[in-house]
Design a protein around this ligand. Structure first.
Ligand code: GTP
Ligand code: MG
Length: 184
Protein backbone atom coordinates (compact mmCIF):
# COMPACT_ATOMS: atom_id res chain seq x y z
CA UNK A 1 0.00 0.00 0.00
CA UNK A 2 1.34 3.36 -0.98
CA UNK A 3 1.77 5.72 1.93
CA UNK A 4 0.18 9.08 1.40
CA UNK A 5 0.87 11.95 3.76
CA UNK A 6 -0.93 14.76 2.04
CA UNK A 7 -3.56 13.34 -0.27
CA UNK A 8 -6.84 13.89 1.50
CA UNK A 9 -8.74 11.43 -0.68
CA UNK A 10 -6.47 8.47 -0.01
CA UNK A 11 -5.94 8.47 3.66
CA UNK A 12 -3.28 5.85 4.23
CA UNK A 13 -1.25 6.87 7.20
CA UNK A 14 1.79 5.31 8.72
CA UNK A 15 1.58 5.20 12.51
CA UNK A 16 4.38 3.86 14.71
CA UNK A 17 3.64 1.89 17.87
CA UNK A 18 6.58 2.37 20.22
CA UNK A 19 7.58 1.55 23.78
CA UNK A 20 9.49 -0.70 26.13
CA UNK A 21 9.64 -4.46 25.74
CA UNK A 22 6.40 -6.17 26.81
CA UNK A 23 4.28 -3.04 27.42
CA UNK A 24 1.67 -4.51 25.07
CA UNK A 25 2.24 -2.95 21.63
CA UNK A 26 1.44 -6.11 19.70
CA UNK A 27 -1.52 -6.84 21.96
CA UNK A 28 -2.93 -3.35 21.45
CA UNK A 29 -2.72 -3.70 17.67
CA UNK A 30 -4.24 -7.19 17.74
CA UNK A 31 -7.14 -5.90 19.82
CA UNK A 32 -7.67 -2.84 17.63
CA UNK A 33 -7.42 -4.63 14.29
CA UNK A 34 -8.66 -8.18 15.00
CA UNK A 35 -10.51 -7.74 18.33
CA UNK A 36 -8.35 -10.50 19.75
CA UNK A 37 -6.26 -10.83 22.92
CA UNK A 38 -3.86 -13.45 24.22
CA UNK A 39 -2.10 -13.68 27.59
CA UNK A 40 0.76 -15.45 25.88
CA UNK A 41 3.85 -13.26 25.37
CA UNK A 42 5.70 -13.69 22.12
CA UNK A 43 8.29 -10.91 21.62
CA UNK A 44 8.17 -9.09 18.30
CA UNK A 45 11.33 -9.53 16.27
CA UNK A 46 12.19 -6.45 14.22
CA UNK A 47 8.90 -5.07 12.97
CA UNK A 48 5.39 -6.27 12.16
CA UNK A 49 2.61 -4.57 10.22
CA UNK A 50 -1.12 -4.37 10.46
CA UNK A 51 -3.68 -2.41 8.49
CA UNK A 52 -6.72 -0.93 10.20
CA UNK A 53 -9.41 0.38 7.89
CA UNK A 54 -12.13 2.60 9.25
CA UNK A 55 -14.90 4.78 7.95
CA UNK A 56 -14.51 8.28 9.29
CA UNK A 57 -17.26 10.70 10.33
CA UNK A 58 -17.32 12.32 6.86
CA UNK A 59 -17.66 8.80 5.38
CA UNK A 60 -14.20 8.85 3.89
CA UNK A 61 -12.12 5.70 4.34
CA UNK A 62 -9.04 5.96 6.50
CA UNK A 63 -6.37 3.28 6.55
CA UNK A 64 -3.89 3.19 9.37
CA UNK A 65 -0.75 1.31 8.54
CA UNK A 66 0.39 0.32 12.01
CA UNK A 67 4.09 -0.39 12.45
CA UNK A 68 4.61 -2.65 15.44
CA UNK A 69 8.24 -2.05 16.41
CA UNK A 70 9.95 -4.55 18.70
CA UNK A 71 10.68 -3.02 22.10
CA UNK A 72 14.17 -4.45 21.98
CA UNK A 73 14.89 -2.55 18.73
CA UNK A 74 15.77 0.62 20.59
CA UNK A 75 18.88 -1.01 21.94
CA UNK A 76 20.13 -1.60 18.49
CA UNK A 77 20.20 1.56 16.44
CA UNK A 78 16.69 2.04 15.20
CA UNK A 79 16.43 1.70 11.48
CA UNK A 80 15.54 5.00 9.79
CA UNK A 81 13.22 3.13 7.46
CA UNK A 82 10.93 2.60 10.43
CA UNK A 83 10.38 6.32 10.79
CA UNK A 84 10.22 7.35 7.15
CA UNK A 85 6.83 8.78 6.21
CA UNK A 86 5.26 8.35 9.64
CA UNK A 87 2.53 10.86 10.50
CA UNK A 88 2.02 9.94 14.14
CA UNK A 89 2.81 7.55 16.93
CA UNK A 90 1.38 5.80 19.91
CA UNK A 91 3.97 5.45 22.64
CA UNK A 92 3.01 2.84 25.20
CA UNK A 93 3.78 2.38 28.85
CA UNK A 94 2.70 -0.40 31.20
CA UNK A 95 0.56 0.78 34.14
CA UNK A 96 2.25 -1.81 36.36
CA UNK A 97 5.82 -1.06 35.25
CA UNK A 98 7.18 2.39 36.27
CA UNK A 99 10.40 1.86 34.27
CA UNK A 100 8.37 1.86 31.09
CA UNK A 101 7.86 5.62 31.52
CA UNK A 102 11.59 6.34 31.33
CA UNK A 103 11.71 4.28 28.21
CA UNK A 104 8.75 6.19 26.75
CA UNK A 105 10.70 9.45 27.07
CA UNK A 106 13.54 7.97 25.03
CA UNK A 107 11.20 6.63 22.36
CA UNK A 108 9.47 10.01 22.15
CA UNK A 109 12.77 11.87 21.71
CA UNK A 110 13.87 9.42 19.06
CA UNK A 111 10.59 9.78 17.19
CA UNK A 112 10.68 13.60 17.28
CA UNK A 113 14.30 13.69 16.18
CA UNK A 114 13.58 11.62 13.09
CA UNK A 115 10.02 12.49 12.06
CA UNK A 116 8.79 15.85 10.89
CA UNK A 117 5.58 16.65 9.12
CA UNK A 118 5.41 18.91 6.12
CA UNK A 119 4.82 21.97 8.28
CA UNK A 120 8.14 21.26 10.02
CA UNK A 121 6.45 20.47 13.33
CA UNK A 122 6.87 17.11 15.06
CA UNK A 123 4.21 14.57 14.18
CA UNK A 124 1.63 13.97 16.95
CA UNK A 125 2.31 11.31 19.57
CA UNK A 126 -0.15 10.02 22.14
CA UNK A 127 0.97 8.40 25.38
CA UNK A 128 -1.00 5.21 26.02
CA UNK A 129 -0.84 3.86 29.56
CA UNK A 130 -1.68 0.24 28.76
CA UNK A 131 -2.70 -2.60 31.10
CA UNK A 132 -4.96 -0.21 33.05
CA UNK A 133 -6.87 -3.36 34.06
CA UNK A 134 -3.95 -4.18 36.40
CA UNK A 135 -3.16 -2.49 39.69
CA UNK A 136 -1.49 0.81 38.76
CA UNK A 137 1.97 1.46 40.18
CA UNK A 138 3.77 4.80 40.69
CA UNK A 139 3.06 7.54 38.19
CA UNK A 140 0.47 5.39 36.42
CA UNK A 141 -1.78 5.69 39.47
CA UNK A 142 -1.54 9.49 39.62
CA UNK A 143 -3.59 11.36 37.04
CA UNK A 144 -2.03 14.73 37.92
CA UNK A 145 1.47 13.35 37.42
CA UNK A 146 0.44 11.73 34.16
CA UNK A 147 -0.87 15.05 32.89
CA UNK A 148 2.39 16.82 33.59
CA UNK A 149 4.49 13.94 32.29
CA UNK A 150 2.58 14.04 29.01
CA UNK A 151 2.84 17.81 28.78
CA UNK A 152 6.54 18.01 29.68
CA UNK A 153 7.43 15.42 27.09
CA UNK A 154 5.40 16.94 24.29
CA UNK A 155 2.67 14.35 23.96
CA UNK A 156 -0.58 15.47 22.35
CA UNK A 157 -2.39 13.80 25.23
CA UNK A 158 -2.41 10.59 27.27
CA UNK A 159 -5.01 7.86 27.79
CA UNK A 160 -5.46 4.80 29.92
CA UNK A 161 -5.95 1.79 27.66
CA UNK A 162 -6.21 -1.95 28.06
CA UNK A 163 -5.64 -4.36 25.21
CA UNK A 164 -6.95 -7.11 27.47
CA UNK A 165 -10.25 -5.45 28.40
CA UNK A 166 -10.56 -3.36 25.23
CA UNK A 167 -10.57 -0.04 27.05
CA UNK A 168 -9.79 3.32 25.45
CA UNK A 169 -8.20 2.16 22.20
CA UNK A 170 -10.83 3.36 19.73
CA UNK A 171 -11.04 6.74 21.42
CA UNK A 172 -7.27 7.16 21.40
CA UNK A 173 -7.15 6.32 17.70
CA UNK A 174 -9.89 8.85 16.97
CA UNK A 175 -8.01 11.54 18.85
CA UNK A 176 -4.88 10.88 16.80
CA UNK A 177 -6.84 10.79 13.53
CA UNK A 178 -8.54 14.08 14.33
CA UNK A 179 -5.16 15.69 14.99
CA UNK A 180 -3.64 14.34 11.78
CA UNK A 181 -6.64 15.52 9.76
CA UNK A 182 -6.22 18.99 11.19
CA UNK A 183 -2.56 19.00 10.17
CA UNK A 184 -2.51 17.65 6.62
P1 GTP B 1 7.73 -6.60 22.43
O1 GTP B 1 7.23 -7.13 21.11
O2 GTP B 1 8.71 -7.51 23.06
O3 GTP B 1 8.27 -5.21 22.33
O4 GTP B 1 6.45 -6.55 23.45
P2 GTP B 1 5.01 -5.88 23.19
O5 GTP B 1 5.05 -4.47 23.64
O6 GTP B 1 4.54 -6.14 21.81
O7 GTP B 1 4.09 -6.67 24.25
P3 GTP B 1 2.98 -7.78 23.95
O8 GTP B 1 1.82 -7.18 23.23
O9 GTP B 1 3.62 -8.96 23.35
O10 GTP B 1 2.46 -8.09 25.44
C1 GTP B 1 3.32 -8.49 26.47
C2 GTP B 1 2.54 -9.21 27.55
O11 GTP B 1 1.62 -8.30 28.18
C3 GTP B 1 1.68 -10.37 27.02
O12 GTP B 1 1.74 -11.43 27.95
C4 GTP B 1 0.28 -9.78 26.97
O13 GTP B 1 -0.74 -10.76 27.15
C5 GTP B 1 0.30 -8.81 28.14
N1 GTP B 1 -0.63 -7.67 27.94
C6 GTP B 1 -0.70 -6.87 26.87
N2 GTP B 1 -1.66 -5.95 27.00
C7 GTP B 1 -2.23 -6.16 28.21
C8 GTP B 1 -3.28 -5.52 28.94
O14 GTP B 1 -3.91 -4.56 28.50
N3 GTP B 1 -3.54 -6.02 30.18
C9 GTP B 1 -2.88 -7.09 30.71
N4 GTP B 1 -3.22 -7.50 31.93
N5 GTP B 1 -1.89 -7.72 30.05
C10 GTP B 1 -1.56 -7.26 28.82
MG1 MG C 1 5.43 -7.01 20.20
Amino acid sequence: VEISRNNKDRKVWKILILGEVSVGKTSLIKRYVHNFFSQHYRPTIGVDFALKQLVWEDESVIMLQLWDIAGQERFESMNRVYYKGAVGSFILTDAANPDSFKSAVRWKKDFDAKVNMEDGQPAPSILLVNKCDLEKVGMASDVVQLHSFAQENGFLTWCYVSAKENIGIDDAAKTLIRKILARI
